[in-house]
Design a protein around this ligand. Structure first.
Ligand SMILES: NC(=O)c1ccc[n+]([C@@H]2O[C@H](COP(=O)([O-])OP(=O)(O)OC[C@H]3O[C@@H](n4cnc5c(N)ncnc54)[C@H](O)[C@@H]3O)[C@@H](O)[C@H]2O)c1
Length: 354
């Protein structure tokens, strides 16, 4: 019987349990519930009321306030962790030790050491460890990645991101840890480059020591510069990225309902100075061409991501957003926090693309 059960799990279906039914958990629960290759066995939250509404929508799914019970009582193969960041390491570690595959929310952990611990544990036990870097599975981001990889944009010059609104002030993490993981994970996925230095500045206006406005600059060896503006204190919501290449430039506006990506055939051509006179006249010539907004795959990112997680669990394939991707984002976040506290530029020798 146990053998038959194992066979079922390995070949066809993944039995899943989700912990954390606050703001984000229900999105994961819905997508796991709707996936044909998943049996959502149980959900867990310390606060029973958080599960009540969900219980009505998913009557066949078991509910528990006890995480130990989630791991032991429902025959689950994989755990999805949608709890606050400071709990990720403990809950993921416990799940891996219990032999469960893990999908953990962003940011993966609070420290580089915690990430490395989970990566080692998953490797040792041949378990899937994946981080929910949702935007990596978004049609717009996948399109930009395609353009960068194919060389359509030319050499990448800069990556510029703004993610601001009148946001929900968190009580345990600053705005960098809350919002920047999205943009850093997109940059990591698209550029596949090793950052060299990080500088961050920010300010706290709520009197709790947690920055609510911040600016992070990331420099790379090959003259690529990236900048991130994150804020909970903006009167307007902006979700915009500019990615500049030597051939074309892209604007990704996540709030645009249809034309989220616009590709501009614009740029500059730098003339080689033939004489001192030319040097002081005009070194830069402008190239102004067409703008194109490509058709995007509008499938919900989380749906694709959940399906990818299921594939990885069933086949043992490493996830696109694996533990290493989670680690790289946490390394930048930690460096940004150090820079926020000291005002100093952080040199990153250890961050490398896997
Ligand atoms: N991928 C995304 O786009 C996205 C969006 C929002 C939030 N998130 C991430 O999701 C995670 C959760 O964020 P949220 O906004 O949903 O938080 P939340 O506070 O709304 O919900 C967290 C839930 O976890 C429960 N919980 C905490 N510790 C628990 C434990 N030990 N056992 C059982 N339940 C426990 C809490 O009771 C709460 O209901 C965070 O890591 C956040 O960064 C990701």
């Amino acid at each position: 019987m146990a053998e038959a059960q194992d066979k079922r799990n390995l070949e066809n279906t993944v039995n899943v349990g989700v912990v954390g039914c606050g703001y984000w958990g229900p999105n994961l629960i819905r997508n796991f519930f709707e996936n044909d290759r998943v049996e959502l066995k149980a959900i867990c939250d310390r606060i029973p009321e958080r599960m009540e509404k969900l219980g009505k929508r998913y009557p066949t799914v078991q509910k528990t306030t006890d995480y130990d019970k989630l791991l032991s009582a429902y025959d689950i193969d994989a755990v999805v962790i949608a709890t606050p960041v400071h709990t990720h390491h403990t809950l993921a570690r416990q799940a891996l030790l219990a032999g469960k595959h893990v999908l953990v929310e962003k940011p993966m952990c609070m420290t580089e050491a915690e990430c490395l611990d989970l990566i080692a544990l998953a490797e040792e036990r041949h378990l899937t460890l994946m981080v929910d870097h949702t935007f990596v599975y978004h049609g717009a981001v996948r399109k930009v990645k395609e353009m960068v990889t194919s060389g359509q944009l030319g050499e990448i010059l800069y990556f510029d991101s703004v993610r601001v609104n009148l946001g929900l002030f968190q009580t345990d993490i600053n705005v960098v840890w809350d919002l920047a993981p999205h943009d850093l994970s997109i940059m990591d996925y698209i550029l596949q480059k090793t950052p060299r230095t990080i500088h961050a500045s920010g300010a706290c206006h709520a009197g709790n020591g947690l920055e609510d406005v911040a600016y992070i600059t990331v420099n790379f060896d090959d003259n690529i510069i990236a900048h991130f503006h994150v804020s909970w204190l903006s009167p307007v919501k902006i979700r915009q990225m500019l990615i500049g290449g030597t051939r074309q430039m892209v604007v990704y506006d996540d709030l645009e309902p249809m034309e989220k990506i616009k590709i501009y055939d614009k740029g500059i051509e730098v003339q080689s100075p033939e004489s001192e006179e030319v040097r002081y006249q005009q070194l830069v010539k402008y190239r102004i061409g067409d703008m194109l907004s490509p058709v995007l795959d509008l499938t919900e990112a989380l749906k694709l991501e959940v399906d990818h997680f299921v594939d990885c669990v069933l086949t043992g394939t490493p996830p696109i957003t694996d533990g290493q991707a989670g680690l790289r984002v946490v390394q930048i976040l930690e460096a940004a926090n150090r820079s926020l506290k000291t005002g100093e530029l952080q040199v990153l020798d250890a961050v490398s693309v896997g």
